[in-house]
Design a protein around this ligand. Structure first.
Ligand code: FE
Ligand code: ZN
Ligand code: FE
Length: 214
């Protein structure tokens, strides 16, 4: 196998990876609560569609038929994301997890496109290298945008979520387990915190789980 043949195999792998993402990103957008995050997923979906078209141009430039080869790596990353989305988590915690999943996707792509650009340049395939490099830059930008969104608000909100939960439980114990009339500081913003009207007492943990049911 020559390096150019290996390059073609990697392109087929990327083609399948991007195709899988076109299916996964709408689900991630739906699972996201924070507006900026949802928008980031939606705009990266549009970008991903263009990246698929760009890969078709790469196949043409290589005089190869457009063909996908199962990308197990991306399948695994997406599967982990699906598992996350089935978890019962407060909105900001889920958002933080979605960002982590999405960044693993971007890093996988960056690794793969980065290699393909370098090989294409070495092989003198300038057009191929330029096309792949455009996508590489988009993936890097998507990754940085996700970091910025995480750092601007979501990670901190997710960290506070745990803290508030603990404070509540302490409060509850002090007051002998009365759960009526509690106010919820965390209800603001995400619309999912407002489920605390539990009638049972003295079982803060069970109630904490209860509250999260949707
Ligand atoms: Fe991509
Ligand atoms: Zn792969
Ligand atoms: Fe991407």
């Amino acid at each position: 196998m020559t390096l150019q043949e290996l390059l073609v195999e990697e392109i087929k792998d990327l083609y399948h990876a991007e195709k899988q993402l076109i299916k996964a990103l709408p689900k991630m957008a739906k699972a996201a609560t924070h507006e900026d995050l949802r928008e980031a997923f939606e705009s990266h979906l549009e970008e991903t569609r263009e990246q698929v078209t760009r890969l078709e141009e790469v196949f043409a430039a290589l005089d190869e038929k457009v063909k996908a080869k199962t990308c197990e790596g991306m399948a695994g990353i997406i599967e982990e994301g699906n598992q996350l989305m089935q978890e019962d988590a407060e909105a900001s915690v889920m958002d933080a997890g979605l960002i982590a999943a999405a960044q693993r996707v971007e890093h996988y792509e960056i690794g793969s496109y980065g290699t393909c650009v370098a090989w294409a340049r070495l092989l003198g395939l300038t057009e191929v290298a330029n096309l792949l490099d455009q996508t590489l830059e988009e993936e890097k930008a998507a990754d940085e945008k996700l970091s910025a969104i995480a750092e601007s608000e979501i990670n901190q909100a997710a960290a506070n979520e745990g803290r508030e939960e603990n404070e509540d439980e302490e409060e509850e114990t002090e007051r002998g387990g009365s759960s009526s009339g509690r106010t919820m500081s965390r209800a603001s913003g995400n619309g999912r915190g407002n489920r605390r009207q539990s009638s049972t007492t003295n079982r803060p943990r069970a109630k904490a789980a209860d509250r999260r049911k949707r």
